[in-house]
Unconditional design. Sequence first.
Length: 192
Amino acid sequence: MNSVRRYFIHIAVLTACSIAVDAAAPKGWFVAGSKPADYESGIDVSAVHNYRPSAYLKSTTPVIHGFGTLMQQFNADHYLGKRVRFSALVKTQDAQEWAGLWMRVDNGPKMLAFDNMQNRPIKGSSEWRRYDVVLDVPQEATGIFFGVLLSGSGEVWLNDAKIETVGADVLPTRGETTHPLPDEPTNLDFRE
Protein backbone atom coordinates (compact mmCIF):
# COMPACT_ATOMS: atom_id res chain seq x y z
CA MET A 1 0.00 0.00 0.00
CA ASN A 2 1.51 3.34 -0.97
CA SER A 3 2.09 6.09 1.61
CA VAL A 4 -0.56 8.45 0.16
CA ARG A 5 -3.25 5.79 0.48
CA ARG A 6 -2.12 4.99 4.07
CA TYR A 7 -2.29 8.71 4.88
CA PHE A 8 -5.90 9.01 3.64
CA ILE A 9 -6.93 5.83 5.45
CA HIS A 10 -5.31 7.22 8.64
CA ILE A 11 -7.19 10.52 8.17
CA ALA A 12 -10.48 8.67 7.54
CA VAL A 13 -10.01 6.59 10.71
CA LEU A 14 -9.20 9.72 12.76
CA THR A 15 -12.23 11.53 11.34
CA ALA A 16 -14.53 8.57 12.11
CA CYS A 17 -13.17 8.43 15.67
CA SER A 18 -13.64 12.19 16.02
CA ILE A 19 -17.25 11.97 14.88
CA ALA A 20 -17.87 9.07 17.28
CA VAL A 21 -16.35 11.03 20.16
CA ASP A 22 -18.40 14.13 19.25
CA ALA A 23 -21.66 12.19 19.28
CA ALA A 24 -22.08 12.40 23.07
CA ALA A 25 -21.23 14.65 25.98
CA PRO A 26 -17.68 14.19 27.29
CA LYS A 27 -17.24 11.50 29.96
CA GLY A 28 -18.45 12.76 33.34
CA TRP A 29 -20.53 15.56 31.78
CA PHE A 30 -24.15 15.67 30.65
CA VAL A 31 -26.48 18.04 28.80
CA ALA A 32 -29.36 19.55 30.76
CA GLY A 33 -31.26 22.86 30.87
CA SER A 34 -34.73 24.07 29.96
CA LYS A 35 -34.39 22.78 26.35
CA PRO A 36 -31.71 20.04 26.43
CA ALA A 37 -33.08 18.31 23.30
CA ASP A 38 -32.20 21.45 21.27
CA TYR A 39 -28.46 21.13 22.02
CA GLU A 40 -25.66 18.69 21.34
CA SER A 41 -22.30 18.31 23.00
CA GLY A 42 -19.02 16.55 22.49
CA ILE A 43 -15.28 16.93 22.10
CA ASP A 44 -13.99 19.30 19.41
CA VAL A 45 -10.45 18.35 18.37
CA SER A 46 -10.30 21.37 16.02
CA ALA A 47 -10.92 23.90 18.84
CA VAL A 48 -7.63 23.35 20.62
CA HIS A 49 -6.13 25.47 23.37
CA ASN A 50 -2.69 24.64 24.82
CA TYR A 51 -2.66 21.46 22.71
CA ARG A 52 -5.85 20.14 24.35
CA PRO A 53 -9.22 19.59 22.65
CA SER A 54 -12.29 21.41 23.91
CA ALA A 55 -15.76 20.42 24.96
CA TYR A 56 -18.57 22.14 23.11
CA LEU A 57 -22.27 22.84 23.51
CA LYS A 58 -24.06 23.69 20.27
CA SER A 59 -27.65 24.47 19.36
CA THR A 60 -29.28 22.13 16.86
CA THR A 61 -32.14 24.46 15.90
CA PRO A 62 -31.90 28.05 14.62
CA VAL A 63 -34.18 29.62 17.24
CA ILE A 64 -34.43 28.41 20.84
CA HIS A 65 -36.51 29.96 23.59
CA GLY A 66 -34.61 28.48 26.51
CA PHE A 67 -31.14 27.25 27.35
CA GLY A 68 -28.91 24.23 27.42
CA THR A 69 -26.02 23.45 29.71
CA LEU A 70 -23.09 21.08 29.69
CA MET A 71 -22.66 20.23 33.35
CA GLN A 72 -21.47 18.04 36.21
CA GLN A 73 -22.47 17.56 39.82
CA PHE A 74 -20.61 16.20 42.84
CA ASN A 75 -20.87 15.73 46.58
CA ALA A 76 -19.97 18.86 48.61
CA ASP A 77 -18.33 16.99 51.53
CA HIS A 78 -14.71 17.89 50.65
CA TYR A 79 -15.56 21.59 50.24
CA LEU A 80 -17.71 22.34 53.31
CA GLY A 81 -16.88 25.70 54.84
CA LYS A 82 -14.60 26.61 51.93
CA ARG A 83 -14.69 29.10 49.09
CA VAL A 84 -14.69 27.38 45.69
CA ARG A 85 -13.81 28.76 42.26
CA PHE A 86 -14.93 27.21 38.99
CA SER A 87 -12.87 28.67 36.17
CA ALA A 88 -12.42 27.82 32.51
CA LEU A 89 -11.40 29.19 29.16
CA VAL A 90 -14.51 29.94 27.10
CA LYS A 91 -15.10 31.02 23.52
CA THR A 92 -18.36 31.51 21.65
CA GLN A 93 -19.69 31.68 18.13
CA ASP A 94 -22.95 33.45 17.31
CA ALA A 95 -24.36 33.22 20.85
CA GLN A 96 -27.89 34.47 20.10
CA GLU A 97 -28.69 35.53 23.65
CA TRP A 98 -25.77 34.80 25.98
CA ALA A 99 -23.42 32.20 27.41
CA GLY A 100 -21.61 31.85 30.72
CA LEU A 101 -20.11 29.62 33.34
CA TRP A 102 -22.32 28.76 36.28
CA MET A 103 -22.12 27.07 39.66
CA ARG A 104 -24.73 26.25 42.30
CA VAL A 105 -24.42 24.96 45.86
CA ASP A 106 -27.42 23.06 47.28
CA ASN A 107 -28.62 21.47 50.49
CA GLY A 108 -30.88 18.77 49.08
CA PRO A 109 -33.61 20.58 47.12
CA LYS A 110 -32.71 23.97 48.66
CA MET A 111 -30.36 26.27 46.72
CA LEU A 112 -27.76 27.90 49.00
CA ALA A 113 -25.63 29.84 46.50
CA PHE A 114 -25.76 30.45 42.74
CA ASP A 115 -24.07 32.44 39.99
CA ASN A 116 -24.55 31.95 36.24
CA MET A 117 -22.81 35.08 34.89
CA GLN A 118 -26.15 36.46 33.66
CA ASN A 119 -25.10 39.87 35.00
CA ARG A 120 -21.81 39.64 33.00
CA PRO A 121 -22.80 37.56 29.94
CA ILE A 122 -20.70 36.42 27.01
CA LYS A 123 -22.53 37.47 23.83
CA GLY A 124 -22.11 37.00 20.09
CA SER A 125 -18.74 35.62 19.00
CA SER A 126 -15.70 35.79 21.24
CA GLU A 127 -12.18 34.37 21.39
CA TRP A 128 -10.72 32.33 24.26
CA ARG A 129 -10.87 34.12 27.60
CA ARG A 130 -10.73 32.88 31.20
CA TYR A 131 -13.88 33.36 33.27
CA ASP A 132 -14.65 32.32 36.81
CA VAL A 133 -17.45 31.86 39.29
CA VAL A 134 -16.65 31.89 43.03
CA LEU A 135 -19.06 30.72 45.73
CA ASP A 136 -18.90 29.91 49.44
CA VAL A 137 -19.90 26.36 50.36
CA PRO A 138 -21.80 26.41 53.68
CA GLN A 139 -21.39 23.59 56.21
CA GLU A 140 -24.90 22.30 55.45
CA ALA A 141 -24.24 21.94 51.68
CA THR A 142 -24.80 18.53 50.11
CA GLY A 143 -24.05 19.09 46.42
CA ILE A 144 -22.16 21.31 44.01
CA PHE A 145 -23.30 21.71 40.39
CA PHE A 146 -21.39 23.53 37.65
CA GLY A 147 -21.03 23.91 33.92
CA VAL A 148 -21.29 26.18 30.92
CA LEU A 149 -24.64 27.34 29.58
CA LEU A 150 -25.89 28.69 26.29
CA SER A 151 -29.14 30.63 26.17
CA GLY A 152 -30.67 30.58 22.70
CA SER A 153 -28.80 29.40 19.63
CA GLY A 154 -25.08 29.41 18.88
CA GLU A 155 -22.06 27.50 20.12
CA VAL A 156 -19.83 27.68 23.18
CA TRP A 157 -16.51 25.90 23.82
CA LEU A 158 -14.93 25.06 27.17
CA ASN A 159 -11.26 24.33 27.86
CA ASP A 160 -8.91 24.14 30.86
CA ALA A 161 -11.76 23.84 33.38
CA LYS A 162 -10.78 23.87 37.07
CA ILE A 163 -12.50 23.50 40.42
CA GLU A 164 -10.31 24.75 43.26
CA THR A 165 -10.56 26.15 46.75
CA VAL A 166 -9.46 29.75 47.16
CA GLY A 167 -8.72 32.00 50.11
CA ALA A 168 -10.74 34.80 51.64
CA ASP A 169 -8.80 37.28 49.48
CA VAL A 170 -10.80 36.04 46.45
CA LEU A 171 -14.24 37.61 46.60
CA PRO A 172 -17.33 35.57 45.71
CA THR A 173 -18.95 36.46 42.41
CA ARG A 174 -22.54 37.55 42.50
CA GLY A 175 -25.20 36.53 40.05
CA GLU A 176 -28.46 38.38 39.68
CA THR A 177 -30.23 35.83 41.85
CA THR A 178 -27.76 35.89 44.74
CA HIS A 179 -28.94 38.98 46.60
CA PRO A 180 -28.81 38.71 50.39
CA LEU A 181 -32.19 38.67 52.06
CA PRO A 182 -33.17 41.79 54.02
CA ASP A 183 -33.45 41.51 57.81
CA GLU A 184 -37.01 42.86 57.85
CA PRO A 185 -39.90 43.32 55.41
CA THR A 186 -39.81 46.68 53.63
CA ASN A 187 -42.24 49.09 51.97
CA LEU A 188 -45.38 47.23 53.04
CA ASP A 189 -47.49 50.37 52.52
CA PHE A 190 -46.00 51.06 49.06
CA ARG A 191 -45.07 54.66 49.94
CA GLU A 192 -41.45 54.40 48.84
